[in-house]
Design a protein around this ligand. Structure first.
Ligand SMILES: [Zn+2]
Ligand SMILES: [Zn+2]
Length: 366
């Protein structure tokens, strides 16, 4: 059948709205009519070709929609169910077995390779293969084929346009604070970068009842939003950020979450933490060979921890319903980050995200 997709035909786009052919779901696969899809920073990094993407391709990994057709053996959803799509995992490696699918041994091929394991694709255009299966979904399209492992069933009344970003950006930022760093009431938190992931980390800090939440962000509008969402202090990221953090928290911060990947500031994080401070690195740096130089003696004597975090350590079938409950209770107002666009305006949406006019663009298909 036909689908309308925002196709990438060359590195950095532009995205072109084109008709593509989508195959029927195979065993374990689910065809979803996409209603809303958030644009995540990782889409843009991959679109640049820096991660080896082959073209043409369809990206998109914060899809939400309605199940239309299920492949053989699918038991968790039925046609008509509203669903949220998230990252994919294999379901049978050591890491999936211990409920850590973000560290699945097959994460790269399940999410980044943009073909099925047998090298085939579900999308084609005029008989030519279009790379898909990005994060097990490729949801910048009116239809996507997802896998049972990366589909979360929602209630019938779920607002898909609001919840779509929970599938990646929101669970990444909130999970980093609540799951990876295990924020406790009364602890202090520094969040570097106040894009969608950083704002989600700020909201999670408030959910955890952190005493001090410092958001570090160069754009003023994003600093204002962070304050509205729970940041007690904001810094613009200029100059000696670690000293500025210590003026607010003389003993240092219990937790630092970097969502920026901006090495001049990431390099200062060790100077921001308190004894037993935990640093979580979430943001992708701009270069594949970016390296962090860490002063060993402070790290050692403070008993500090630095760790990498993928998807906020989320076990999606458990964590996404928790996030939805926080949203319903008013503690996770994701709609404040988002602006919606008709999917055909994807290039305008990217422009607005780039210019800081919206933190999170959500594309709508009707
Ligand atoms: Zn696995
Ligand atoms: Zn993402």
């Amino acid at each position: 059948m036909k689908a309308i997709a925002a196709t990438l035909n060359q590195p950095n786009g532009p995205f072109e709205i084109e008709e593509v052919e989508i195959a029927a779901p195979r065993a374990g696969e689910i065809r979803v009519a996409i209603k809303a899809v958030g644009i995540c920073h990782t889409d843009l990094v991959v679109a640049s070709g820096a991660m080896g993407l082959q073209f043409p391709a369809v990206l998109g990994h914060e899809g939400a929609g309605v199940v239309e057709e299920i492949g053989e053996g699918v038991a968790s959803v039925r046609p008509g169910d509203k669903v949220l799509l998230t990252f994919n995992s294999c379901g049978h490696c050591d890491y999936c077995d211990r409920n850590e699918p973000a560290y699945c041994a097959h994460f790269m091929e399940k999410n980044m390779l943009c073909v099925r394991e047998d090298g085939s694709s579900r999308l084609s255009r005029d008989g030519t293969m279009v790379h898909d299966n990005f994060f097990g979904q490729s949801s910048f399209a009116s239809y996507a084929i997802a896998n049972e492992r990366n589909v979360i069933k929602l209630d019938d009344e779920a607002d898909l346009a609001v919840l779509a970003p929970l599938g990646c950006g929101v669970q990444t930022g909130a999970g980093a604070v609540l799951l990876s760093l295990g924020a406790k009431a009364g602890e202090s938190l520094v969040v570097i970068g106040a894009g969608a992931v950083g704002q989600s980390a700020v909201m999670a800090g408030k959910i955890a009842d952190c005493s001090t939440i410092i958001a570090v962000e160069p754009q003023e509008a994003r600093r204002r939003l962070a304050s509205e969402l729970g940041a007690t202090h904001t810094l613009d990221g200029q100059g000696d950020v670690a000293t500025q953090v210590r003026e607010i928290l003389p003993g240092g911060a219990d937790m630092v979450v970097d969502t920026s990947g901006f090495m001049p500031v990431v390099g200062q994080t060790i100077a921001m933490i308190a004894n037993r401070g935990r640093i979580g690195l979430v943001g992708l740096p701009g270069s594949l060979d970016a390296a962090l130089s860490v002063p060993m003696i402070p790290l050692l004597t403070l008993g500090g921890t630095i760790r990498g975090i993928v998807e906020g350590d989320s076990l999606p079938e458990q964590f996404i319903p928790e996030l939805i409950a926080h949203h319903r209770a008013g503690r996770l107002p994701v709609e404040k980050l988002c602006r919606t666009y008709p999917a055909t305006n994807i290039n305008q949406a990217l422009h607005d995200m780039h210019e800081g006019e919206t933190v999170k663009a959500v594309l709508l298909f009707d």
